[in-house]
Design a protein around this ligand. Structure first.
Ligand code: TYD
Ligand code: MG
Length: 458
């Protein structure tokens, strides 16, 4: 009997080593090496690549001018959020990975899409649930489609056999961690299995031109379970995230070979499936009648889309020695910087105050254009003077207390106007090239923080 060959794989990055190591030399993580059975398939003579490494085309170098290219038509789904996140619909032959924590709604999202694609034959392969369970979910979603076929199978060889007869237009795999290929002996979900199955699916997608969606689980620390190699292999990586206790779910692109990576789709999980939220600003701003101190509205861009978000802060005298600084959804270092600017340039005594900052709706904001809204929120809470609910902000704040210009200001102003705001504060430099009379909203300009506060906090 042939000796069983094993090798050690880092569960974090996929590094392979013949011996066990305490620390992965590739990614530096501790205790991630796990022994897996490998069965080397006989190397094919005279070939550089193993059979599973990608499309099997005898390639020769081509001049770039020789390559004829015509944009392949993308498949537009009825789900506008998904289309946007994919960069304008599903690209033929693409391999898309959807990652997310258990129970976040990945299966629901994929089934919902599979059921709502008129004229497209979808094969939904599930290794996690029985066909009855899937049918039950479909009943819950309240849609039915004669074009959606379910296959409960985990062996990739059997799946491909079915695909040969069936020829689907779209393949969904739920999930990649349950698949198993005969070519590799280790168990389902192990690094070498996940890698092999992904390679086989990639080959299928590229050779047949069929788009493939793969669902992948996420570990506790937010990484896709299985190696990072998985992310390198696929064309597009989407993350489905959100607080399980809140109804809102965010679909985010983290890698996309066919579009921008800063796109974002927002859904609401309802009793009958996921509903697209086409106007997210409405949910990100709480409906309130009276103005409260410490609450301001800022603008941020996610991809091409401007969003208005609510910033809440609470500034109060520290009762215990060292003042606390806590921020949710906003970079803590940036918060400290803005506090220092307010202290030094604005003369606000914030050093002895506890400061809590929160971005409503569970979003994480990196756009510096919310700086001014954050500063206004902090000062409003410190002075306990409310800023009218009809005012919003779109500017960055510099170390000298200057109000700086931000990109795509027209989009931001237009969004604020659309949502019925009466006044938006922007940098004077931003307003230079703008025709301010075209807006119904009053565009206020400032070049220093003081000008904003003098006007708003009297
Ligand atoms: P699911 O798609 O099974 O999550 P995942 O595949 O990411 O593990 O979704 C699970 C959750 O979604 C479950 O807690 C129930 C909830 N849900 C609804 O609230 N409404 C619905 O219509 C459906 C189908 C699920
Ligand atoms: Mg699932």
């Amino acid at each position: 009997m042939a000796k069983v060959k094993t090798s050690y794989f880092c569960q974090n990055c996929g590094y392979q080593s013949p011996k066990w190591l305490g620390r992965c030399p590739s990614c530096g993580e501790w205790n991630t090496m796990v022994e897996e059975i490998i069965q080397k398939s006989e190397p094919e003579k005279g070939r550089w690549r193993p059979a599973s490494a990608g499309p099997n085309i005898a390639a020769r170098p081509k001049a770039i001018t020789e390559i004829d290219y015509s944009e392949q038509p993308r498949v537009l789904t009825p789900d506008a959020e998904l289309n946007r996140v994919l960069g304008g619909g599903i690209v033929p032959g693409s391999l898309v990975l959807i990652g997310g924590e258990p129970g976040i709604g990945k299966s629901t999202l994929m089934l919902q899409i599979a059921l709502n694609l008129p004229g497209i034959r979808v094969l939904y392969v599930s290794g996690e649930e029985s066909d009855q369970q899937i049918k039950m979910r479909a009943e819950r979603l309240g849609t039915n489609s004669a074009n959606c076929f379910i296959l409960t199978e985990t062996s990739t060889q059997n799946i491909f056999k079915q695909i040969e007869n069936f020829e689907p237009d779209l393949l969904v795999i739920d999930s990649i961690q349950t698949l198993q290929s005969n070519l590799v002996e280790s168990g389902a979900g192990s690094v070498s299995q996940v890698r092999e199955c992904t390679a086989e699916l990639m080959k299928f997608a590229k050779e047949s031109g069929t788009p493939v969606f793969m669902i992948g689980h996420i570990t506790k620390d937010g990484n896709l379970a299985g190696p990072k190699v998985l992310e390198h292999m696929v064309d597009t990586v989407l993350q489905f995230e959100g607080d399980r206790h809140l109804a809102y779910r965010i679909l985010r692109t983290t890698k996309n070979r066919f579009g921008s990576t800063s796109e974002l789709g927002i859904y609401e999980m309802q009793g009958s499936g996921l509903r697209q939220v086409s106007n997210p600003s409405e949910i990100l701003i709480s409906q309130r009648e009276d103005a409260l101190s410490g609450i301001t509205i800022g603008t941020m861009l996610e991809g091409n889309r401007p969003l208005l978000i609510e910033i809440q802060s609470l500034v109060s005298i520290a009762t215990y020695g060292t003042p606390q600084r806590s921020s949710t959804g906003f970079d803590a270092k940036r918060l400290n910087m803005l506090l220092a600017v307010l202290e030094k340039r604005g003369g606000f005594r914030l050093g002895a105050q506890d400061v809590f900052l929160n971005i409503a709706g569970g979003l994480k904001v990196e756009d510096p254009a919310i700086d001014l809204a954050v500063c206004a929120s902090l000062v409003s809470s410190y002075e306990d003077i409310a800023i009218p609910a009809s005012v919003c902000f779109a500017a960055e704040v510099g170390l000298g207390g200057e109000v700086r210009a931000v990109n795509r200001i027209e989009n931001r102003i237009a969004e604020a106007e659309k949502l019925g705001f009466k006044e938006i504060w922007v940098s004077r430099y931003n307003a230079k090239g703008l025709d301010l009379d075209q807006y119904k909203i009053r565009v206020r300009t400032a070049s220093k923080l003081d000008e904003v506060f003098i006007s708003l906090l009297r």
